[in-house]
Ligand binder design. Structure first.
Ligand code: DX5
Ligand code: ZN
Length: 216
């Protein structure tokens, strides 16, 4: 079975103190940090790019950094993100035509590869690429904003992938917290992104432990 990992999304954290927020997540037991990059084109929101990721890297030198690229033409930022110290580069299949080329480019840069699908995208479109990537990200909200409602009807996608690929890292992202983790765990997700549920808690360690306990 794929190993369970919890990745807090820092989108809804205290953005004026992002370095400290990342450190707080690591010391609360985060297995990785999920950094949401948005360009205002692929999604109707703007966040931050590689300069901010690069500035964060020294604050959390040993953390696994997963960038969730919600940008058009994600192949453009591979070198910059590698230079910023990113470990895992996740892009959306809807954002690019040459999916194979983008996967190769990320690999050549020495990063792990994730491929994501939005809620309205059929899961079958990723099948030709599953053997080439490390992670498939199944969005459980329409990407763009933290704090949205979990879409339970995405779980059949996760189940479908898990039945076919017992060892694949399957990441879920959007509205995941203590009240929705059970559905994710039962469907077979093992990489759990959680933003507001962890960030809003006074004791993030407890939330992380609850999520871990449900999936392991
Ligand atoms: C949404 C982002 C998510 C988001 C998760 O587009 O990709 O990573 O920050 O936050 P919550 O858990 O609050 O939905
Ligand atoms: Zn995300």
């Amino acid at each position: 079975m794929a190993v369970c990992k919890i990745g807090p999304s820092i989108l809804n954290s205290d953005l004026a103190n992002l370095g400290a927020e990342c450190q707080r997540m690591v010391s609360s037991g985060a297995d990785y940090l999920h950094l949401d990059v948005m360009d205002g084109h692929f999604v109707p929101n703007i966040t931050f790019g590689h300069p901010v990721v690069k500035a964060l890297r020294p604050c959390v030198p040993n953390a696994m950094l997963d960038v969730h690229m919600m940008v058009q033409n994600p192949e453009k930022w591979v070198e910059e993100m590698q230079d910023a110290g990113v470990n895992h580069y996740t892009f959306h299949i809807e954002a690019i035509e040459d999916v194979g080329g983008c996967i190769r480019k990320i690999r050549e840069a020495g990063m792990q590869v994730g491929i994501g699908i939005k809620p309205l995208t059929n899961v079958d479109v990723v099948l030709p690429f599953v053997d080439l990537v490390d992670t498939v990200l199944v969005m459980t909200v329409e990407p763009g904003f933290g704090g949205q409602k979990f879409m339970d009807d995405m779980m059949p996608k996760v189940r479908y992938l898990r039945q076919r690929y017992p060892k694949l890292d399957i990441e879920v992202d959007g509205g995941v917290g203590p009240s929705t983790i059970q559905a994710c765990a039962e469907a077979g997700a093992n990489m759990i992104v959680s933003g507001s549920a962890i960030m809003k808690s006074d004791v993030p360690r407890e939330v992380i432990n609850v999520l871990k306990g449900a999936v392991e």
